[in-house]
Design a protein around this ligand. Structure first.
Ligand SMILES: NC(=O)c1ccc[n+]([C@@H]2O[C@H](COP(=O)([O-])OP(=O)(O)OC[C@H]3O[C@@H](n4cnc5c(N)ncnc54)[C@H](OP(=O)(O)O)[C@@H]3O)[C@@H](O)[C@H]2O)c1
Length: 386
């Protein structure tokens, strides 16, 4: 079997680390070409020694200089870059799969460049499709580049669809499951005292900070509905959410004849990551398999739009198209970052996103740079005023 050459954007994050975890269990199958991280230089150094990439990128110039010294001391011949240019070098280097696991819209331009270079994408970063879904999927289709989902619900959906060689005409609905987050059972009158520490305690998944807060507000599921709309070219009317506290079923696809396929896997992101790494093939897993006899119950509840109004607001932004989803996403990213810095309360997240979405002078972006300009403006305005 030939080795797959892999690059990872966001190698020091939750998805990046789990991707490397799979890669090191199959040294005969994968070869790391490039790693991009943000600011976690100690971890990146360990990854460099273990996986021996030929290209590395970090956020800051000072960190790149430090890494150059480190690589010289350790006899590692590596092309080291930083900031957007460093990411671009990686996306201009041919590989069999680029894992996009940076958090947020910083991943848009790199993904766009990689698609132009015909590099298949393993997409964890949902914000790329939320903000720039029309332009990215149009380009991927034109260049015939696969966008392989790593989000568990979308990897699950794709697997249900593949087995049926499905066209949209025979799909009745696609249902994404949501865990409900840490506050599913919390009475609304207690939402005002929610702290950052409470919100980061996800009941079933261990993830990065931003996605954990998005799960607590249920924005995450709204973003995923927009992501599903673009990935599967499915009307919003056919996309649904159910709250499934156990996070064992990740998606259900109902066909027009009433038959439903559900996808089950353990609550472990390495399953969808391995799916993307091996797509379109499959190999035997070395991970702990799901033992269905150990499951006590699988439950499903309607989403609670009164206590979690951001779920619908995100979906509405997606449906409104044009600049709406990019504005929603940028506002959410900036406002979540303010919450993570203890500058605003949990309830203010919703209030602020709604205000920004309603006051922005919306238009239809026609180029990826329009999306990036919207994103920068919204974030700049929010950080200036708070
Ligand atoms: N975690 C999950 O289970 C999960 C599940 C489904 C989907 N996702 C999606 O996957 C994406 C990543 O999530 P995560 O939980 O892995 O996030 P995370 O743990 O916060 O990791 C983010 C990664 O991106 C790097 N990074 C941030 N800004 C960067 C920049 N400008 N240039 C280069 N690297 C940058 C970080 O580097 P440093 O740490 O070195 O600063 C880190 O490696 C998100 O879009 C999320 O929605 C995650």
């Amino acid at each position: 079997m030939t080795q797959k050459n892999i690059s990872i954007l966001g190698s020091t994050g939750s998805i990046g680390k789990q991707t490397l975890d799979i890669i090191k269990t199959y040294p005969e199958s994968y070869n790391i070409i490039a790693l991009a991280a943000g600011k976690n230089i100690p971890l990146l150094k360990t990854q460099i020694l273990e996986f021996k990439p030929t290209i590395v990128s970090v956020t800051n110039a000072e960190d790149a200089i430090e890494l150059e010294k480190f690589c010289a001391q350790n006899n590692q011949k590596i092309d080291i870059g930083y900031s957007n240019k460093g990411l671009e070098t990686i996306c201009n280097t041919q590989v069999d799969l680029l894992i996009v696991a940076i958090v947020g819209t910083a991943a848009i331009k790199p993904t766009y460049i990689a698609i132009k270079n015909h590099i298949p994408i393993g997409l964890a970063c949902k914000e790329v499709l939320v903000s720039a879904g029309d332009l990215i999927t149009e380009l991927a289709k034109k260049e015939k580049v696969p966008l392989i989902p790593i989000d568990s619900e979308h990897a699950a959906t794709q697997q249900c669809l593949l087995t049926q060689n499905t066209t949209n005409q025979i799909i009745e609905s696609i249902t994404l499951t949501a865990s409900g987050g840490p506050f599913w059972q919390l009475p609304y009158n207690e939402f005002k005292s929610i702290t950052k520490e409470n919100a980061l305690q996800h009941p079933t998944w261990s993830m990065g900070n931003k996605i954990s807060i998005d799960s607590a507000t249920m924005v995450n599921k709204g973003l995923e509905i927009i992501e599903a709309h673009h990935l599967f070219n499915t009307d919003y009317a056919k996309l649904k959410v159910t709250v499934h506290r156990q996070s064992i079923i990740h998606a259900l696809v109902e066909f027009i004849d009433g038959n439903i396929l559900a996808h089950l896997s353990p609550t472990d992101m390495r399953f969808p990551i391995q799916y993307a790494l091996d797509y379109p093939n499959k190999k035997p897993t070395k991970l702990k398999r799901l033992d269905i006899h150990k499951l006590s119950a699988l439950t499903f509840e309607e989403p609670d739009n009164k206590r979690f109004p951001l779920l619908n607001l995100a979906i509405q932004a997606g449906k409104s198209k044009g600049s709406y989803p990019a504005v929603f996403n940028a506002a959410n990213e900036a406002i979540v970052s303010l919450f993570l810095q203890d500058k605003i309360t949990f309830l203010e997240i919703q209030e602020k996103i709604e205000r920004i979405l309603n006051t922005f002078n919306h238009y239809t972006p026609t180029h990826i740079d329009d999306i990036i300009a919207i994103d920068s403006k919204i974030k700049h305005d929010i950080f200036q005023t708070t």
